[in-house]
Design a protein around this ligand. Structure first.
Ligand SMILES: NC(=O)c1ccc[n+]([C@@H]2O[C@H](COP(=O)([O-])OP(=O)(O)OC[C@H]3O[C@@H](n4cnc5c(N)ncnc54)[C@H](O)[C@@H]3O)[C@@H](O)[C@H]2O)c1
Ligand SMILES: O=c1ccn([C@@H]2O[C@H](COP(=O)(O)OP(=O)(O)O[C@H]3O[C@H](CO)[C@H](O)[C@H](O)[C@H]3O)[C@@H](O)[C@H]2O)c(=O)[nH]1
Length: 324
């Protein structure tokens, strides 16, 4: 079975490619390397190019016998999406449509989509269940929810079967140290704390200490990237056996405050560093915690990494990354 991984040179996509190979799937990656790395594409065939390029997609679907597509391509910075929404709707929605159309043209009917907890916006209850209201509050989250809705229509009209996974806070790295989180620019909490531990940054700034949470800082649900990868393979098996469109939260089900994460990094790395308290970042919900019962029950998914292991694997990788 051959899987086309769009965006497979990026953080999450590369971990999925590695696990697909380990479990016996053939992998073809398409990535324009706008935010990915050639060195992350070692787990299959690599096609350099953009998913907006219909001719290239035609060639890929003709050259390789693709059975399913996993789609990780997107712009992912919430703040930038507010300033330049066109960039986000173009890449995350319009280019996704081009990819979906190419699939239909070549009769490929299984699709796995990277969605996000950002589709829920400011959640009304915690933990968040899949059927809770979807009210994204920025163009990034809206672009992902638009694709989710398109996928329902494409199932009804064309029989395209899809799974959308709503990731909570992806973190950690593969233990091989071949791949890991290397966003440029980096906006995510754990790699930024690790930069402070390595003195790449002077400090870590806590965005807001006056939330209605136990220590005043935001609570997030961190999920290891290899647990996400495992869910993708379970999702693919489910799509093929059940032929059913569905959607799942992917989070650990546990929440940790920003302060707790900083303390855990200090403990794991055995390094002390400066912590600054600054104003809230606009648009951050106080709590984001997944109810992951559905993925556990239906897919038999069982996240294996706790926060300490997530930070340990991220730290091992981050030391390699910053030495380069
Ligand atoms: N990182 C997270 O915490 C997180 C959380 C929720 C959802 N997601 C979603 O997961 C997916 C992967 O995220 P990531 O952190 O691995 O991001 P990433 O930027 O590391 O990976 C995205 C990859 O897609 C490629 N790409 C982007 N647009 C492309 C295009 N038009 N044509 C070809 N290649 C293109 C980039 O070069 C990059 O390699 C994204 O869709 C993101 O929205 C990520
Ligand atoms: O330097 C920093 C960076 C972050 N934070 C805080 O740490 C928490 C986590 O922030 P991240 O930017 O790491 O992650 P988010 O929860 O904002 O968002 C991430 O997860 C979401 C889903 O939960 C979306 O998918 C989004 O794309 C992805 O960036 C937030 O409370 C944020 O305010 C800080 O205090 N200091």
């Amino acid at each position: 079975m051959t899987v086309l991984v769009a965006g497979g040179a990026g953080y999450i996509g590369s971990h999925v490619c590695k696990m697909l190979r380990e479990r016996g799937y053939d992998v073809v990656v398409i990535d324009n390397l706008s935010h990915g790395y050639k060195s992350f594409t070692r787990y299959g065939e690599f096609v350099l190019g953009d998913i907006s390029d219909e001719n290239l997609l035609d060639l890929v679907f003709k050259t390789y016998k693709i059975d399913a597509v996993m789609h990780f391509c997107a712009y992912i910075e919430v703040g930038e999406s507010v300033v330049d929404p066109n960039k986000y709707y173009q890449n995350n929605v319009s280019n996704t449509l081009t990819l979906l159309n190419s699939m239909l043209k070549h009769d490929v009917k299984y699709f796995i989509f990277s969605s996000t907890a950002a589709v829920y916006g400011m959640p009304q209850r915690i933990p968040i269940k899949e059927d809770d209201p979807k009210m994204p509050i920025n163009p990034y989250g809206k672009s992902k929810y638009m694709v989710e809705q398109i996928l329902d229509d494409f199932d009804r009209a064309y029989g395209l079967k899809s799974i959308r996974f709503r990731y909570f806070n992806a973190a950690g790295a593969d233990e091989s140290l071949e791949i890991g989180e290397a966003h440029e620019p980096e906006t995510h909490l754990i790699p930024l704390i690790l930069d402070a531990a390595l003195s790449v940054r002077d400090s870590i700034k806590i965005f807001g200490t006056d939330y209605e949470t136990k220590d005043g800082t935001c609570i997030r649900d961190f999920v290891h990237v290899n647990d996400l990868a495992d869910a993708h393979i379970k999702g693919l098996e489910y799509l093929i056996s059940e032929k059913k469109t569905d959607y799942f939260n992917l989070g650990s089900g546990s929440g940790f405050s920003v302060r707790e994460v900083i303390e855990k990094v200090k403990e794991v790395t055995n390094v002390d560093f400066k912590v600054e308290e600054v104003d809230r970042r606009p648009g951050d919900p106080a709590y984001l915690i997944a109810d992951n019962t559905k993925a556990r029950k239906i897919l038999g998914w069982e996240p294996k990494y706790d926060l300490e292991k997530i930070i340990q694997t991220a730290w091992n990788w981050h030391k390699v990354l910053r030495k380069k």
